[in-house]
Design a protein around this ligand. Structure first.
Ligand SMILES: Cc1cc2nc3c(=O)[nH]c(=O)nc-3n(C[C@H](O)[C@H](O)[C@H](O)COP(=O)(O)OP(=O)(O)OC[C@H]3O[C@@H](n4cnc5c(N)ncnc54)[C@H](O)[C@@H]3O)c2cc1C
Length: 462
């Protein structure tokens, strides 16, 4: 008798075994037919190229970890998923492919195309779960329309609720199949965090025990370790937000964490879901501003734009807090959220460079670079998003530094030229007698450019 055909679990950005409902479905089906599960990862050249060395290096390490947790049975195939997935199904005679649904524009197009190609061979693509607690598109106003504003979205999202984490399947029978081999991790040029599901869970448990209680006060301080640093793990699905939300609820129930700390963290996860929802309804937001805030002639162009952008990218604008953030990005593939907001505001409102150029630099270097989170956060800062910061709210790079890096420790860590300056003075080195030798002059005067931006904004309103 021929052995029953295996079922395929196609991993994408869900590089974990725990709380993985698609794995549960695949295993359930394999058990029912007495067959195995092919754990497939398709190294799509289009996505690999756009990831850049930092995310490539992280992804390669994460795949090594996933492979180890399948007992070395992860099947990696290189090529376009539209060709590879149907070919693997034909090779093993699979009748179904299980995935967690994708919601970003590229993933949706790819999955629809793969689904149609599989259907021609009578194979089904089964979507179970997504990278979110609540799938984008599901939370709606009472009138059935998408939410435009975050706060009511969050209320409806909390009211909607989410499922409990999926149980960790025991003893998955992973099929053995030829693999093109795990990709080598390229030289990232940045100090990256440990990748993989076990590292993500360790980081989360350490944060639950030591960081969460102080999160509401410490999360805005780049000089402290006040945030969970889970964005790379969430980006790659090494941990699911459902797991985080369930653990938050039990930590509050057990009294180990105050409700307001849990609520603040939950709210940040809600922002992640809101941005995914906005992108789902407006796929064009990857490149297009959702609203216009200043006239076209307000933007820097040509050589001026290129020179300002280069100074910003390299962390030599002469504004210490901005430069520290940009160098943290290059050094670690990550930047603190407060500083991301500041450097983004500085690029758009002080240097008058379009948000798309900054978003592109972020995507080239962020280990957590995620199209929905990056593009929509940029649009939030630039004032062009659905529920965005008003254009006239312009971050002051000095006062942000004095408030959120009060002793200057963050600046001194990332801008070695300023290490000799003690205390708060590090945020305004140009005020020191003799300045700060070896450190960049300010490329613009914030007070002047702020006025220019406000005038541009008024012109657009007239
Ligand atoms: C211009 C700009 C670009 C950004 N690009 C990205 C990106 O490409 N990928 C990405 O994951 N985040 C992005 N963010 C959001 C945020 O900066 C990071 O998620 C956060 O810094 C990650 O650190 P953490 O895990 O320690 O956060 P924590 O403070 O521990 O928060 C926990 C989780 O909540 C979510 N979260 C927190 N803040 C935000 C936010 N503002 N928007 C959406 N989700 C949030 C993240 O998933 C985060 O991991 C961007 C923010 C800005 C202002």
């Amino acid at each position: 008798m021929p052995s029953p055909a295996p079922t395929v679990l196609w991993f994408r950005r869900d590089l974990r075994l725990a709380d993985n409902p698609a794995l549960g479905e695949a295993q359930g089906e394999a058990r029912a037919t007495g067959s195995d599960v092919v754990g497939l990862y398709v190294l799509d050249p289009a996505l690999w190229a756009s990831a850049g060395p930092v995310r490539q290096a992280y992804l390669a390490r994460s795949l090594h970890e996933l492979d180890a947790s399948t007992g070395g049975r992860l099947v990696v195939r290189h090529g376009d998923p539209r060709e590879v997935v149907p070919a693997v199904c034909a090779e093993v005679g699979a009748r179904s492919v299980h995935v967690a649904a994708s919601y970003e524009p590229y993933g949706r197009r790819r999955d629809d195309a793969v689904e149609a190609l599989l259907a021609e061979r009578d194979v089904s693509l089964q979507r179970t779960g997504s990278p979110y607690a609540v799938a984008p598109g599901r939370v709606r106003t009472r009138g059935g329309t998408p939410f435009q504003v975050f706060t009511p979205f969050r209320s409806a999202w909390l009211e909607h609720g989410w499922r409990a984490p999926a149980p960790l399947p025991d003893d998955v029978a992973w099929a053995t199949l030829a693999s093109d081999g795990l990709p080598d991790a390229p030289e990232a040029g940045a100090r990256l965090p440990a990748a993989g599901e076990a590292a993500a869970l360790d980081r989360w448990h350490a944060f639950l025990a030591d960081g969460l209680a102080d999160y509401p006060t410490d999360r805005d301080r780049p000089d402290l370790t006040g945030t969970s640093y889970l964005s790379p793990a969430l980006k790659w699905g090494e941990i699911h937000p459902r797991t985080l939300l369930a653990d938050l609820a039990s930590a509050v129930r057990s009294g180990s964490v105050p409700e307001d700390s849990a609520a603040t963290y939950r709210s940040e996860l809600a922002w992640r879901e809101f941005h995914a929802d906005v992108l789902f309804h407006h796929p064009g937001a990857v490149q297009r501003s959702l609203r216009t805030v200043v006239p076209e002639d307000a933007w820097a162009t040509g050589a001026t734009e290129d020179a300002l952008l280069a100074a910003w990218c390299e962390g030599r604008t002469g504004y210490p807090m901005v430069d520290a953030g940009m160098r943290q990005l290059l050094g670690t593939g990550w930047m603190h959220n407060r500083v991301r907001m500041l450097v983004a505001s500085f690029l758009v409102k002080d240097l008058h460079v379009r948000w798309q150029r900054g978003a592109e630099h972020f995507m080239a270097h962020l280990v957590d670079g995620d199209v929905s989170q990056n593009q929509l956060n940029w649009q939030w800062v630039a004032g062009t998003g659905r529920d965005a910061a008003p254009y006239f709210r312009i971050f002051n790079p000095v006062t942000q530094g004095l408030k959120f890096d009060p002793d200057g420790a963050y600046v001194r860590e990332w801008v070695p030229e300023l290490r000799g300056i003690t205390g708060k003075a590090v945020h305004e080195p140009w005020k020191l007698p003799g300045g700060a030798p070896g450190y960049s002059e300010r490329v613009v005067d914030h007070a002047v450019e702020r006025k220019v931006s406000l005038e541009d904004f008024e012109r657009a309103r007239r």
